[in-house]
Design a binder for this molecule. Structure first.
Ligand SMILES: [Zn+2]
Length: 240
């Protein structure tokens, strides 16, 4: 059996699906709790080129959720640790490290170099930068977030539906002073959901559900999804 044989029979993987995946690229911003399973699954599935953005260093308190990084990696650069792990998992995948902190200056060009952009970060400021960059570059953006036992995944496609700022206006989107608690497995669920949407989208070269948000709370047992409308006069995507 070959590496990808268990994909055969899945919608999107008949015929040329695996080759389409090999010819595709995805940018993962954040190699932490959400980015860990996301990167593992993208690499395992054979996404041809995977970009990683993360300028942080591995710390002991990361390890309850950031399963790309091992105890022996404490003190290492996360992007390098992540790149090593996924290259070991699948040497057929090309991994590109972007050792930068994203801002409005550099993010548009980086986003434009990939077929899809995946926000796996722990702060809203970077999410706003990514949302603006993807609206400008015309790249689909999947945003994942996790707080405590709750997770959320949003799918945004420029020109076809709302953007993240339609859901959460930028002026209402401040970061907390302190990072919230996070259960590792919940971050893992968010990252896995993002990976599944990305792989399906790239293999089928089909559309993403534009303006869909999935929310769940493992503590209360709520799992729901809803469709978003574009916000009139959204300052980010209003003219797209
Ligand atoms: Zn918008």
């Amino acid at each position: 059996m070959g590496r990808y044989d268990r994909h055969i029979g899945l919608p999107g993987f008949d015929g040329e699906g695996q080759a389409r995946l090999a010819g595709s690229s995805a940018l993962v911003v954040g190699a932490g709790g959400i980015g860990s399973p996301l990167l593992y699954y993208l690499a395992a599935a054979g996404v041809g080129t995977i970009g990683i953005v993360d300028s942080d260093i591995v710390e002991l308190s990361n390890l309850n959720r950031q399963i790309l990084h091992f105890t022996s990696d404490i003190g290492e650069v996360k992007a390098a640790s992540a790149a090593y792990k996924i290259s070991q998992l699948n040497p057929e995948v090309k991994v590109v490290i972007h050792a930068v902190r994203l801002d409005d200056e550099n993010s548009v060009d980086i986003a434009a170099g990939y077929d899809i952009v995946l926000g796996a970060v722990d702060n809203h400021e970077t999410r706003r930068v990514l949302n603006r960059a993807c609206a400008t570059a015309g790249r689909p953006y999947i945003d994942g977030s996790v707080t405590g036992y709750t997770g959320m995944v949003g799918l945004f496609v420029p020109g076809k539906g709302p953007c993240r700022a339609c859901l959460i206006p930028e002026e209402d989107d401040g970061d907390r002073a302190e990072a919230p608690p996070v259960l590792g497995a919940v971050a893992g669920m968010v990252g896995s959901m993002m990976a599944a949407e990305t792989i399906r989208y790239l293999a089928e070269k089909g559309g993403l559900p534009a303006g869909k948000v999935v929310y769940f709370d493992v503590h209360s047992g709520v799992y729901e999804s809803f469709e978003l409308a574009k916000r009139e006069k959204c300052p980010v995507c209003g003219n797209v």
